[in-house]
Ligand binder design. Structure first.
Ligand code: ARG
Length: 587
């Protein structure tokens, strides 16, 4: 028996690839570098397919091979597959495609094993030890807009998937807390509140309005502008009064951001732009010593091949900018934090070319498949129903807390309409409304390929039919209620019962369950949460089909089917967890 290695425990694709690898070594010993490409397939011939006979043929033909064409290669590959409990049957189709039908008793056994050992045994294995996920990252005293909401939602999911894969993730909030605008804000604070130490967010009210007012003053009055410019210098010089005022402004903003993070259940660790100030001189000096930094119109810059505008590392006034801060942050993440993977979650418009400077400096390897590696995870715009950038009213920006609240309010109203006020405690009602409302916003964002724009529409995202969080949460709750209705102790059944996949719809559901691991791995390596959403939606579809055609409670197969229900619920919950959605257990 071939060792269907436990290390790829949940991952069917990888386990099959191992078998094919062994067969290839046997079939074409002269070609040691052929990589087996195994893919799930929906054709009626099998569950998986390995189809490289064509490419293999093009390599060996003419080298006086024993084979007469790709189909013969396919046949030989199939014959040489080591015997395995995994496989029920194989066949060769067309120009040498090897089709695999998995054994249903093997599938059933694996699912049952997961139920006992826990879903974490299906976590992907990723070679990266530590990753920085740079996400959310709003700017102090400015609005936190829907773009930041997308970044927060997508970044949190990516962090969760990596954490699930046992990567040590540094969830980094790279807030914009530094720059010339702080001179203006500080000066305005002094003017409005001579005792600025006592100022709190209530006194200031809306920090965005405060920002606007100070900007107006800055543009209108030259004396104020001059004071603001001096304030920047004094802040940078570390003068206590100016630093205190800066800290105050940052704190007020932070409280506003935290409200959003609290709603969303997102955890972040802040290291804002200012954090990197002390590291600039050393980094610039090292880059200069490498001969990478040049003078250009009073500034110091790094030229990058293929890009017309150089990267400014030191501005003509001696200050640093957004890009040079990022360059320094990258240095810090690589050298101090020892991250092997650095992921930036920002809108697609933010072309980040500092990593090219880092490649020139030799901080990052030139090749794309090597580590350490910096990746930009871009995303599209959030649109309103009018197809334009999302806003509530024409001129006004949306406060994120209000946006989230609205979803909760609407989902609560729907629950009240369903008569839940009589059945549930106020706390249950609140919690469910939150889970559904916030879950709906997250899922609506995550289900599309992140690169596309998506339309923000409450009616759509809160619909209980179709591919929405509400539908999926209800599907999960329904499974829980089936198990409950049976009156059986599911923990007991896990130990004593036997799961079988006799009916075709049971088998289809079981196979899909076992594809969880390879799906998360794909979502994780390609940084695409929508892959996981699609999996989750299909899971509920497979379940529905199973449940419509197979009686559970009261049937002869009750125990087995309850175990299948439980396995579905467990996998669904893990998907919800990875998407940052709180599951609902009853409806
Ligand atoms: N503060 C920036 C913005 O609001 C996003 C920062 C993204 N992270 C980074 N390392 N540049 O657009």
């Amino acid at each position: 028996m071939a060792n269907t290695n436990e290390e790829n425990c949940g991952n069917l694709k990888k386990q099959l690839a191992k078998l094919f690898e062994a067969s290839l070594r046997e079939t074409v010993p002269s070609e040691p570098d052929v990589e087996p490409l195994v893919a799930a397939c929906t054709a009626k011939f099998g569950d998986y397919q390995c189809n490289y006979a064509m490419s293999l043929w093009s390599k060996i033909k003419g080298k006086n091979s024993e084979f007469k064409g790709p189909p013969a290669v396919g046949q030989a590959v199939m014959r040489n597959l080591p015997p395995s409990e995994m496989i029920e049957s194989c066949s060769v189709a067309g120009p040498g495609f090897v089709n695999i039908v998995l054994s249903k008793s093997w599938l059933a056994e694996k699912i049952q094993k997961m139920l006992v050992a826990g879903i974490d045994t299906w976590a992907p294995k990723i070679s990266v030890k530590r990753a920085v996920v740079d996400f959310s990252s709003p700017n102090i005293a400015k609005e936190m807009h829907v773009g930041h909401l997308r970044s927060t939602i997508i970044g949190d999911t990516l962090a969760r998937m990596l954490e699930f894969s046992k990567v040590d993730v540094l969830r980094r909030n790279h807030v914009g807390d530094w720059g010339t605008q702080f001179g203006m804000l500080i000066e305005f604070l002094f003017e409005k509140f001579p005792n600025f130490e006592d100022v709190n967010e209530r006194a200031i009210g809306d920090l965005q309005a405060f920002y606007k007012a100070s900007k107006q003053r800055f543009d209108a009055e030259s004396a104020f502008k001059e004071r603001a410019q001096k304030a920047v210098v004094r802040l940078k010089g570390g003068e206590p009064k100016y630093r205190q005022a800066w800290v105050k402004i940052c704190d007020i903003s932070r409280k506003e951001f935290d409200k959003v993070y609290q709603c969303l259940g997102v955890h972040l660790e802040e290291k804002g732009e200012s954090f990197y100030n002390p590291f600039f001189p050393g980094v610039i000096e090292a880059l200069s010593n490498q001969g990478l930094v040049q003078e250009s119109e009073g500034a110091r810059v790094i030229f990058i091949e293929g890009i017309n505008i150089p990267l400014i590392v030191v501005k003509s006034d001696g200050g640093y900018n957004y890009a040079s801060t990022d360059l320094t942050a990258l240095w810090y993440r690589l050298n101090e934090e020892k991250a092997e993977r650095i992921i930036y979650v920002t809108d697609v418009g933010q072309q980040q070319h500092f990593d090219m400077a880092a490649k020139r400096a030799g901080w990052l390897p030139a090749g794309d498949r090597m580590f350490p590696k910096a990746s930009h995870v871009g995303f599209g715009l959030v649109l309103g129903d009018d197809g334009k950038r999302f806003r509530t009213r024409a001129t006004e920006v949306v406060r994120l807390v209000d946006l989230l609240d609205e979803a909760k309010t609407r989902s609560k109203a729907a629950l009240v309409e369903r008569g839940k006020t009589e059945e549930w405690t106020e706390e249950e009602l609140e919690q469910t409304a939150e889970a559904i409302g916030y879950g709906a916003i997250k899922y609506a964002d995550l289900k599309n390929n992140r690169l596309t724009n998506y339309t923000f529409n409450y009616d759509q995202m809160l619909n209980d039919k179709g591919n929405t969080a509400v539908y999926l949460l209800y599907a999960h709750a329904r499974i829980c209620s089936i198990i409950k209705k049976s009156g059986k102790d599911i923990e007991e059944l896990k130990k004593t019962g036997v799961l079988a996949l006799g009916h075709p719809d049971e088998r289809a559901l079981g196979l899909h369950l076992l594809q969880f691991a390879e799906t998360v791995e794909e979502a994780c390596t390609n940084l695409l949460p929508n892959v996981l959403c699609e999996y989750l939606y299909n899971l509920s579809e497979y379940f529905t089909k199973f449940y419509s055609n197979c009686q559970v409670v009261g049937s002869a197969e009750e125990t087995s089917r309850l175990l299948l229900c439980e396995a579905t619920a467990v996998v669904m919950r893990k998907c919800f967890f990875l998407l940052g959605i709180v599951p609902v257990y009853k409806i």
